[in-house]
Design a protein around this ligand. Structure first.
Ligand code: HEM
Length: 128
């Protein structure tokens, strides 16, 4: 039998739906982040992040079926992401992860990834 995925271990689709709903509720009210997002397609943005994260953690491949290879750094190139944007994204994601009440081990796994990924999406530095 194949190993249980992290996606399954944390509760599957309902868990990722809660995570991303909580995250975007915060983003929509965040003065640094909200202006970057498509104001007429919040539901679409939520679905893209949700399906990406599900796929990354071993769930269904719905994201790539719809969007192809993630190429996330390239897809973030149109947005100026400096330290303020990165930190705001992580602050909202931290609150969303807290809302899940994962075990400490699960939390560390998910959060370690989020910190690494947010650092790798930064594309502006203060002295540019
Ligand atoms: C898309 C901002 C980090 C995953 C987007 C979009 C914005 C954005 C404005 C366009 C919304 C849309 O129409 O989909 C940011 C900012 C970040 C950040 C300011 C700060 C560091 C991350 C990280 C991940 C991520 C760390 C992954 C863990 C995605 C995905 C999409 C997306 C999957 C949709 C890509 C597509 O298929 O078009 N992001 N993002 N983002 N972001 Fe981020």
């Amino acid at each position: 039998p194949s190993a249980r995925t992290f996606y399954q271990e944390v509760g599957g689709a309902p868990t990722f739906a809660r995570l991303v709903a909580h995250f975007y509720a915060g983003v929509r009210r965040d003065p640094v982040l909200a202006p970057l997002y498509p104001q007429d397609d919040w539901a679409g943005a939520e679905a893209r992040l949700r399906t990406f994260l599900e796929q990354y953690w071993g769930g269904p491949t719905t994201y790539s079926d719809a969007r192809g290879h993630p190429r996330l750094r390239m897809r973030h190139a149109p947005f100026a992401i400096g330290p303020a944007e990165r930190d705001a994204w992580l602050r909202n994601m931290r609150a969303a992860v807290d809302s899940l009440e994962l075990t400490p081990e699960q939390d560390a796994t998910l959060w370690g990834y989020m910190e690494m990924a947010a650092r790798s999406m930064q594309n502006r530095w203060p002295d540019d």
